[in-house]
Design a binder for this molecule. Structure first.
Ligand code: S3P
Length: 165
């Protein structure tokens, strides 16, 4: 069993929203690794970062991605940093992976003040810029498809993915 599609991309790309739309359109279940981690630990992502550190969160995330890829056959949305670990990227090599690309301005608008996103504490715009610069080549390296999300609604993005796949 493996996911019909795995959505990757930065915070503010719309992964969770687009995953919900695809799941509804295809009539398949949707899974989200952030939600899996929160359900599995009974803790919020922000609390895990602050109390236990990012490295611990990444361990939990790698395990959540691995379990979801093995068990899930619907739409899977990964947290924005899930592709940072080489062993996680390795799990994606034989999957259909859509990178939801987003530019700085749209990402900043969509995350708002960054509430609930510990990596954005401080200056949201400069933090998002640093993350986009660092991670865009990584998302491109794992993606089988790239879909632009700037100036587009989640419905338009989901429709393009349905045409592609
Ligand atoms: C993170 C993205 C978040 C969440 C955590 C870390 C990241 O998920 O996993 O705050 O490193 O980019 P979303 O991309 O769903 O916001």
């Amino acid at each position: 069993m493996s996911p019909r599609v795995v959505l990757v991309g930065p915070m503010g790309a719309g992964k969770t929203t687009v995953a919900g739309l695809l799941g509804a359109a295809w009539g398949v279940p949707v899974r989200d690794t952030d939600a899996d981690i929160e359900a599995g630990t009974g803790r919020e992502i922000s609390d895990i970062f602050v109390e236990s550190g990012e490295d611990h969160f990444r361990e939990l995330e790698a395990a959540a991605v691995s379990a979801a890829i093995a068990e899930h056959d619907g739409v899977l949305a990964l947290g924005g940093g899930a592709v940072l670990r080489p062993e996680t990227r390795e799990l994606l090599t034989d999957q259909t992976v859509v990178f939801l690309r987003v530019g700085l301005s749209d990402a900043v608008k969509r995350v708002g003040l960054g509430v609930g996103r510990p990596l954005l504490l401080g200056n949201v715009r400069s933090r998002i810029k640093a993350l986009l610069d660092e991670r865009t080549p990584v998302y491109e390296s794992v993606a089988t498809h790239v879909v632009e999300t700037d100036d587009r609604t989640p419905d338009e993005v989901a429709a393009e993915i349905r045409e592609l796949l």
